[in-house]
Design a protein around this ligand. Structure first.
Ligand SMILES: [Zn+2]
Length: 444
């Protein structure tokens, strides 16, 4: 046995354990130390995965898609390595493998499901070559105000070239992602929704990728699902939406989600039209890897998306839904999910401007907050470091809001005096702390 590897695995486990004791998230530190002690550790442990290695990339939906894929594979009685916590840069990925290894330094796993930050793919793929990469979508992120989506696309292209035998599983309804997969030279499999689900009038968001990546011409859309996702075609060069290999039909997105694919009826007990894409992505990649997925509906029934992605809490008779909203596309989909709920509700919006959130919060002006007017909203409370800006943004569309910079106080106040149905929408750096507050309150 390689002494370096043993030392790396034991050190990482010790750090992980020590951090849990002190209530810190030590995931990335554990990975960093392990990689220092044994630079080959990621390559070797990933090589010990007996069946397939999956990676999930894309601006929105990575964590939900990856965790769902992991649950679906576990339901087939297989052992899976997964970075559940969403630590999706190099050290976080190393950590997922190292902390799953046994004290003998070896991995006992049939599959790996790893979400990877798009920009980190070129740092991670030199260590191992995945069998499949899921690409969920490419939206402008909170930091990507100035053409950074092109930089992200170039990095992903390089990553695809690093693993020429990797099959790309791609959202056909996103012209940016589909273009990337089609041009990569890698084998690709597509999923999408070919039927029109929404009336044109309710999808009025600002959109990315309206121009053909191949020739620069403005794309023509037959319809939109949301943001730039829809049925598109280039009038100039012939680039168009590929016919999906896995096509979801009979879409229902109300209090719950349902659709048909491959003659199967899929149902899930939670909200958000965008989650149909996440479910479909996980389904497509697992089916492409020749899994039966006989238990897929049971998995969806039990699945509580973790880490503040539509995560549900029950506190003193109030039903609370926590959701991450970190960019315009994500936020608009959050508002749609709130609107799918026809009962009266309270909403708390928490906006921070720490480094990871992007210190420029002008993206708030690209979110269609005026739609809250039609959503049977009892109250909106704004919180976080930039609560004043958020309040101004709402005021601009004539929506009054209460101000409470301390989110714990805001939550407690709404539990005491609210409708019993509370949505908490937070951006990135607020997610972990808000989730801890909700967990603590839930335990009483
Ligand atoms: Zn074109």
């Amino acid at each position: 046995m390689n002494i370096r590897r043993l030392l790396a695995v034991w050190s990482a486990k010790f750090i992980g354990f020590a951090c849990r004791l002190t209530g810190k998230q030590g995931v990335t530190l554990a990975g960093q130390i392990a990689l220092k002690l044994d630079p080959k550790i990621l390559t070797e442990l990933a090589g010990e995965v007996r069946e397939k290695v999956f990676v999930v990339c894309g601006t929105n939906g990575k964590t939900t898609t990856n965790n769902l894929l992991c649950s679906a594979i576990e339901a087939e009685k297989k052992k899976v390595v997964c970075n559940h916590t969403g630590s999706n840069m190099l050290n976080g990925v190393v950590s997922a493998f190292v902390l799953s290894a046994g004290m003998n330094g070896h991995l006992d796993a049939d599959y790996a499901c790893i979400e990877i930050d798009e920009a980190s793919t070129v740092r991670i793929l030199p260590h191992f070559k995945p069998d499949y990469m899921v690409l969920t979508n490419l939206f402008r992120d909170q930091l990507d105000r100035y053409g950074e989506i092109d930089i992200t696309m170039n990095l992903l292209k390089d990553a695809m070239h690093m693993a020429p035998d990797m099959t790309v599983i791609v959202n056909a309804d996103d012209a940016l992602s589909a273009y990337l997969a089609m041009e990569s030279g890698n084998a690709y499999v597509t999923y999408g929704i070919s039927e029109q689900v929404f009336e044109e009038s309710i999808v009025n968001e600002i959109r990315e990728g309206r121009f053909c990546k191949k020739c620069g011409e403005k794309l023509v859309y037959h319809f939109y699902h949301y943001s730039q996702l829809g049925d598109y075609e280039c009038p100039s060069c012939g680039f168009k939406r590929p016919d999906p290999d896995f096509d979801a039909s009979n879409i229902y997105a109300g209090g719950k989600l349902a659709f048909d694919v491959e003659g199967r009826h899929i149902t899930a007990n939670y909200r958000g039209f965008y989650n149909i894409y996440n479910i479909l992505a996980a389904y497509t990649v697992a089916r492409t890897a020749e899994m039966d997925l006989k238990h897929f509906n049971d998995v969806l029934y039990r699945f509580n998306p973790q880490n503040g992605r539509m995560e549900q809490f029950e506190i003193d008779g109030t039903h609370i839904m926590l959701n991450l909203a970190k960019n315009p596309a994500g936020f608009n989909q959050n508002i749609s999910a709130v609107m799918e709920d026809e009962t009266k509700k309270d909403v708390i919006i928490l906006i921070n401007d720490n480094d990871q959130d992007g210190i420029d919060i002008s993206w708030l002006w690209d979110v269609d907050f005026d739609r809250f007017k039609d959503a049977d909203v009892n109250s909106i409370t704004v919180s976080g470091i930039r609560c004043q800006d958020m309040r101004l943004r709402l005021k601009y569309v004539d929506i009054p809001s209460a101000l409470e910079p301390d989110v714990e106080k805001a939550i407690q106040e709404r539990i005491k005096n609210g409708t019993g149905n509370l949505y908490v929408l937070v951006n990135y750096t607020a997610l972990y702390s808000t989730r801890n507050i909700l967990k603590k309150l839930e335990q009483g």
